[in-house]
Design a binder for this molecule. Sequence first.
Ligand code: DNO
Length: 400
Amino acid sequence: MPAPLMEEAMRWFGPADTVSLEEIRQTGATAVFTSLHEVPYGEVWPVDLIRSRRAQIEAAGLRWTAVESVPVHESIKTRTDGYAEAISAYQETLRRLGAAGVPTVIYNFMPVLDWVRTDLHHRLPDGAEALLYDPVKFAAFDLFALARPGAERDFSTNVREAAARYWQGLTPAEQAAFTRQTLDLFPGVKLNVSLDGLRAMLSRYAAIDAATLREHLRLFLAAVAPVAQSAGVKLAIHPDDPPFPVLGLPRIVSTEDDLRRILAMEESPANGLCYCTGSLGARGDNDLPGIAHRLGPRIHAAHLRNVQRQPDGVFFEATHLGGSTPMAAVVEALLREQQARRIAGRPDATFAFRPDHGHRILDDFRRPDPTCPGYPLIGRLRGLSELRGLQQGIAHLLSD
Ligand code: DNO
């Protein structure tokens, strides 16, 4: 028998997404990862809204296979005012999602920001646009736009000098545009943060180091993992993107060792991973196929994406099968995991993957802007199609 295939999903940002469910269906995906983006962070998700969103997805012939994300309120990460209420709200949302039959909940534990890039329209030689992270530009933001006290200690002399040259080479209008773009991307979804707003958000972490943040995650998991388990929901933590500290904030979900520590916090199958090759792959010392192999039994969802790392610390989003991560070896490890689960008779023998991000290509340039940078339709369709072929080919070879 060939290895079981992973379910194919696409991310959908809800009714306001410039990509419709009908379009997603035509990509061949059978499921979506989506969230109730309209519910403010920290609030309980209304049952009616969960039900109607699920009905809308199913009416389009798709399945709501994972919530991405139920965001973790900042008060939970900092254990400050309101955290107990926010945790109770989280628990209740998990119960409601379980009752609605949504099996997986993805979340992250990145302080303040979600993911970070410095270039949203990086042109590749073939004319495609990709997202890129340049440490020099990010240092320029940190040192000169934000002017964060102590930031200079976080960068080497070379990077500081290059950042100063970059910043001084921009006109005031370009500096303002660069600052706005960086701020807009910060929490992954636009929250209209100002520089002062960001400073205030960062100041809440002044006394929180990695050990403290880890303890806050442990306490969060102790409260929510048992609830998730009895609700029939699997929690899947998403790695830090990029997987190293930024803006002086601690990052605790960046390496295999970090992931192991998190899994050990609650030895419950409800406490698992969203295995994101794009995030983890931005570090050369993360062994992606090895992580999938060794931590496979606790993987509940996968984001498949590739990055091209450069020696100067720059990375950009490559095609899904190109770049620095050996995607065939990753897919093989994931399919072997599913095969092992089937043989062991695990009820969750399969999990879902989605192509994470995509280049802007072809008709993407004529379509409305993607709701979130990195999420154009045609580029993701290309990624999904390539991954589909790869997984079918490998599954065929892995027969038992
Ligand atoms: C970026 C995504 C992340 C992810 C969250 C999960 O495109 O992978 O924004 O959804 O970190 O909580």
